[in-house]
Design a protein around this ligand. Sequence first.
Ligand code: AMP
Length: 218
Amino acid sequence: MRLVFLGAPGVGKGTQSEKVATQYGVAKISTGDLLREAVRAQTALGKDAKSYMDQGRLVPDSVVIGLVRDKLSDPSCAIGFVLDGFPRTVPQAEELGGVLLQRNVRLDRVINFQVSREDVIKRLSGRRSCPKCQSTFHVDFAPPQKNDRCDRCGEGLIQRSDDKREAIETRLKVYEEQTSPLISYYDQKGLLTNLDGSGGVDNVYQNLTKVLAPYKTV
Ligand code: AMP
């Protein structure tokens, strides 16, 4: 199973890819998570990426492509993978195609999660994240049990700088201009499936599993 999850920020790609990775035993590759990890570890790459990320702009293609290339050579990706948040530009998609071709494999499906702009803004602006274990919550839709503390590890929750209003606007604009052309790019290759991402997490997952019916869970 080799999948790409496509869609605007806040459509639920991260949550759904986590569930698919666990249920189907494949690797989840999230470029956002990999970049945040590099920022936390204060690597040279992380220091370069931070200012782009804080503003909601895309990190240069060459940087993310390098990260994904490394990750795809990991044995954990041999059975399959879900790419969450990559590719985000046509050049990234071209590079991905090249890397997979070198490995003699191909993408099975690209799932395009669709949620209205209004809902995406609500989801992102209310999101709270755990800086330690990366769990996410929502002030209205999925509040933590104890005020502002992570249910999983107890760490204090934060609002990511790119989940603040101004950065959200930039991220949505960047999505429209640079990422949304991938919808027709993958449609032309016959790989695209549109999925309504507007319901609750379990409801969306149920519809997703129908698309993934040919694959076995672990
Ligand atoms: P995400 O968690 O997927 O919303 O990503 C958070 C931020 O990381 C984005 O707003 C970008 O700054 C950066 N980022 C993640 N994936 C990519 C990518 N494929 N290309 C460029 N920048 C990315």
